[in-house]
Design a protein around this ligand. Structure first.
Ligand SMILES: *Cc1c(COP(=O)(O)O)cnc(C)c1O
Length: 368
């Protein structure tokens, strides 16, 4: 009958900031544009040539309409997106000047978008090359080469067959991508560098090989342009990055759970000792991975509070027994916990945590 025992209500602190338009049960994602600019600046300073900026997947989930102009204000002139469609929002955000390059190249049906938004496809095959020059003769393009990753780009044989024709059309960039740049001692790095050089040495076209990880491998890997992405947004492998995101989750309710009582779906957590549990307004629909229930925590000031029970669609439950006073909000990302720490807890990478940040958060930009 323990479950039916009446409990004393545990009042939360009075809500502050009643003037805000945010719903009180809406989590707040704060994105520090000054930190984004500082991270790009640091990577640009570490680059021997020019640094571009990768803003695919809506600026790694942080909102390209705000992120791209901040990077342009800091001096970025070449931007990269995954698909032509992504380029539309980036062109809108940036206006006419900057170059916007498309990793997927020129796909069937993309000609109009590429032309209207003045995008620069990185052509990945002979088919794409033919499609591009036929649909949009004289329109800018680059070439993507496969130096060993076997994901995108022309392989050495295809490139030798097409080289002279492609060069006659004046590509603005020749690029390739490293598979293992986050492991500096991996032999694949030197192998891909050698392959890329063999495919491109002596050509009078700017070259690009390195993303964030490649920048950190040193100047041999930089060529004329680098393409940092995750480091701009505060993620590994850029260890010196400034934190960019803070995610604060509102506490909806607090209750005391007696030994033997369970918490959440599947009775996944059973209290062994008297436990104070906070129910917090964010769940897997907001990008909080269900696997975070096993090892994850949120922070109340400097106190780590374990997530207990299962992650629900809209809620998580947190052990706040150690707190004298339960704050209105708990930190999932911020000063105490980086995207990479959360990623480690669920067995993924910071990139996936960033790009999975949900659409329901109230997004606040600072440092503009
Ligand atoms: C995503 C991507 C980048 C950026 O990589 P980061 O590791 O995020 O810096 C650069 N180039 C290509 C081809 C990419 O797909």
């Amino acid at each position: 009958m323990a479950a039916l025992r009446p409990r004393a209500a545990l009042p939360l602190d009075a809500p502050a900031g009643l003037g805000s338009k945010r719903g009180m049960a809406q989590a707040q994602l704060t994105i520090d544009l000054a930190a984004i600019r500082a991270n790009w600046r640091a990577l640009a300073n570490a680059t021997t040539g020019e640094a571009g900026a990768v803003v695919k997947a809506d600026g790694y989930g942080l909102g390209v309409a705000r992120v791209a102009p901040a990077l342009a204000a800091e001096g970025a002139r070449r931007f990269f997106v995954a698909t032509a469609h992504e380029g539309i929002a980036v062109r809108r955000a940036l206006g006419a000047g900057p170059e916007i390059c498309v990793f997927s190249g020129h796909m069937n049906g993309d000609a109009e978008i590429i032309r209207d938004h003045r995008l620069t496809p990185m052509l990945n095959s002979i088919d794409q090359m033919l499609r591009h020059v036929e649909a949009l003769p004289g329109h800018s393009f680059g070439i993507q080469l496969d130096s060993g990753m076997n994901r995108l780009g022309m392989e050495p044989a295809e490139w030798s067959a097409l080289r002279e024709i492609a060069l006659a059309q004046k590509p603005v960039l020749i690029m390739s991508h490293l598979a293992c740049a986050d492991e500096p001692s991996h032999g694949m790095n030197a192998f891909q560098l050698r392959t890329f050089r063999e495919m491109t040495d002596g050509l009078d076209v700017p070259r690009s090989l390195s993303a964030t990880g490649g920048i950190l491998l040193g100047p041999d890997y930089h060529f004329e342009l680098t393409r940092p992405g995750v480091g701009i947004y505060g993620g590994q492998p850029f260890a010196d990055a400034r934190a960019v995101v803070e995610l604060m989750l509102p506490v909806i309710q607090v209750r005391d759970v007696a030994p033997g009582e369970s918490v959440g779906y599947g009775n996944a957590h059973v209290a062994r000792v008297p436990t104070r549990v906070a129910t917090v307004a964010a769940g897997y629909a907001d990008g909080i991975h269900r696997a975070l229930a096993a090892k994850g925590a949120v922070w109340a000031g400097d106190t780590r509070c374990k997530i207990i029970g299962r992650v629900s669609m809209d809620l998580i439950t947190v052990d706040v027994t150690a707190l004298n006073k339960v704050p209105e909000q708990l930190e999932l990302l911020g000063r105490h916990q980086t995207v990479d720490m959360v990623a480690d807890a669920v067995g993924t990478i910071g990139y996936e945590i960033l790009t999975g940040l949900g659409a329901r958060y109230a997004r606040v930009y600072t440092g503009a």
